[in-house]
Structures are given as structure tokens and as C-alpha cells.
Design a protein around this ligand. Structure first.
Ligand code: NAD
Length: 300
């Protein structure tokens, strides 16, 4: 990619905004759109050019990134809001949203028929990874398209994987990653609640468990960034984790794999969301677990 491409960014939320900012910092012109005025204002502060619609973004750009909350919203952006209709021939679409592998394949096919290039490119590493440009990209789609956008991905992340030619292949591994995140997040909630009850303090537990086999990156993330700070502003919301767990469950059902605990996670995180923690960071699973323990105490 020798000529500096003009870039677009659709979805400027917790992940999209810092990613767009990192591209702007590398002197790229970035045209952006979000339905949330606050997100747009922050993007403009970073030096981004705001557009009033997806159509306006697509009329200007050579490469467009998506960072949207759900498969339904991504599908709408392609079919109703005009990505397919208004994308210029040769446009490269890098979809970093976590959707279903089926949607990645469906959209890829529609793009192909309209002379657009599409990469299903889910990411991992959280907001901190988006800010510090240390994200992991798990990319499905034609390898030559992946190689074409590598200079851009290099600005945003440090672990860049071409998972396979199938546009949904990156999403498969991303969903498996998030299934594990669902386990670990609840494990941290249960460990801290039980430890507290047995008279341990959080810091001593972390010091010991962090150098023992109970250690995990999610323990470090959830504890250090959220629980120890008593701040559950996302981050990665419970609702987004729940969305990914539901897709992972469906993927397991489709290939006839039973997930004895994984299946239960969907129920459990639904309960957490219903309790009012849906828009909190997922580490609020600890608050929910603690609440249950306190309830048991008072009903003794
Ligand atoms: N937050 C994380 O740690 C994390 C990590 C990896 C992957 N992801 C995935 O990345 C995606 C984005 O996550 P996020 O945490 O940034 O979510 P978010 O809700 O903070 O951001 C999504 C943004 O999309 C905007 N939006 C919604 N509908 C739109 C539309 N039709 N057109 C334009 N903009 C629209 C919203 O206003 C919001 O600003 C999700 O698919 C999520 O699963 C998130």
C-alpha cells in the first residue's frame, strides 16, 4: 500500500474511537460515522472528519473499518444503510465487529458480487489494547487482501493473524476466545467472593494467585482495572459478552458439540444483565456473585 489510502470508520464507540484515533495519529485522513453524537464529537476532537451517513463515508474512502455492536446492526449497515450499494469498486471493508461466521460469509459473497473486498476481522485485547495499539486481529478472507491492509493493521495491533480464506474463520476463533473469557470472568467473581468470605483480602489473593495456576489475563484485567478500582464503566459490557456467548452456543449446537458449562454461561450472564449490570463492564459478574452471597447470608 504505497499511496496513502483514504480511510473510513463506522462505529466510534469504546473500540472504534481509539482505533480511529491511532490511524489519525499516523497522518491518515479518516472519515467517520456513528449514530451517537457524543462519539462523533470525540472523533472530531481527535482530528477525524465527520460524515452525516454511511453513504457519505463510502463516497470518500478506499478502506473502511467497521466496529458495530451486533450482527443485526452490521447486517443493516450492509443491506439497508448502503455499504454494498455505495461502496466504490475495489473498496476494502475490514469488519472488526464480532458477528456470526455465517454473516461474515453472507456479506463477503454480496461484496464479491459488487466488486468490493471484505475481511471478517474480529479483534481481541480490549479498550486498553485499542488505545495502546496492541490488539490481536483474527482475520478471515482472501490472503492477498489481508496482506494489502497489513500496514494499517500494524498501526492498530501487534498480533495479526490470517486465520483462513473462509471469511468466517477469524470469527470462529474469536468466539472460542470469548467463550473462555466468559468462564474466566465468572471464575474471578466466584474466587473473590469465596476468598472474601473466608477472610482473605483481594490484594493478597492477587499476589499469590497471579503467580499460581489460577492466574489468567482476565483475572489481571478484571481485578486490576475494574474490581480493585470499584469502577465498572466499560470496557467490554456484559451485554456484548452475552451476545458473543449466545453466538458461540449456537455455533456449538450447529456442529453438535455439547458445552456442559458453556451453555449455562448464557443463562448466567442473562441473569446478570437482567439484574441491571448489562451496560456495566463484564467484570460486574463479581458484583452479582457477591450479591447472591450476601442474599444467602441474610436469609440464613
Ligand atoms: N469493548 C471491547 O473490549 C471489545 C473487544 C473486542 C471486540 N469487541 C467488539 O467490537 C464491537 C464494538 O464494541 P464496543 O465495545 O466498541 O461497542 P460500543 O457500543 O462501545 O460501540 C459501538 C458503536 O457503534 C455505534 N453504532 C450503533 N449502530 C450504528 C449504526 N447503525 N451506524 C453507525 N454507528 C452505529 C454506537 O453508537 C457505538 O458508538 C462489538 O462487536 C464488540 O463485540 C469489543
Amino acid at each position: 500500500m504505497s499511496v496513502k489510502r483514504i480511510l473510513g470508520f463506522i462505529g466510534l464507540g469504546n473500540m472504534g474511537l481509539p482505533m480511529a484515533g491511532n490511524l489519525i495519529n499516523e497522518e491518515y485522513e479518516v472519515f467517520g460515522f456513528d449514530i451517537n453524537p457524543t462519539a462523533i464529537a470525540k472523533f472530531q476532537e481527535k482530528g477525524g472528519h465527520i460524515c452525516p451517513s454511511i453513504k457519505e463515508v463510502l463516497q470518500r474512502v478506499d478502506v473502511v473499518f467497521l466496529s458495530l455492536p451486533s450482527p443485526a446492526i452490521v447486517e443493516k449497515a450492509f443491506y439497508e444503510e448502503g455499504i454494498i450499494k455505495y461502496g466504490r469498486e475495489g473498496l476494502i471493508i475490514i469488519d472488526t465487529s464480532t458477528v456470526t461466521p455465517e454473516l461474515n460469509r453472507k456479506v463477503f459473497q454480496a461484496c464479491l458480487e459488487n466488486k468490493l473486498k471484505y475481511l471478517g476481522s474480529p479483534i481481541s485485547g480490549g479498550v486498553i489494547g485499542a488505545v495502546n495499539a496492541t490488539l490481536t486481529f483474527m482475520v478471515g478472507g482472501p490472503k492477498q487482501d489481508f496482506e494489502e491492509v497489513l500496514p494499517l493493521l500494524n498501526i492498530l495491533g501487534k498480533n495479526l493473524f490470517h486465520v483462513g480464506e473462509n471469511p468466517g474463520s477469524g470469527t470462529v476463533i474469536k468466539l472460542i476466545n470469548n467463550l473462555m473469557i466468559g468462564f474466566y470472568t465468572q471464575a474471578v467473581g466466584e474466587a473473590l467472593t469465596l476468598g472474601e468470605k473466608m477472610g482473605l483480602d483481594h490484594e493478597s489473593m492477587f499476589e499469590i494467585l497471579n503467580v499460581s495456576y489460577g492466574q489468567s489475563r482476565i483475572y489481571e484485567r478484571n481485578y486490576k482495572e475494574y474490581i480493585a478500582e470499584n469502577n465498572f464503566e466499560p470496557g467490554f459490557t456484559t451485554n456484548l459478552l452475552l451476545k458473543d456467548l449466545k453466538i458461540a452456543k449456537q455455533m456449538a449446537e450447529d456442529c453438535k458439540v455439547q458445552l456442559p458449562i458453556g451453555d449455562h454461561l448464557v443463562e448466567w450472564y442473562s441473569q446478570i444483565a437482567n439484574e441491571g449490570y448489562g451496560e456495566n463492564d463484564m467484570s460486574a459478574a463479581y458484583l452479582m456473585t457477591k450479591k447472591l452471597a450476601e442474599k444467602a447470608e441474610t436469609t440464613k
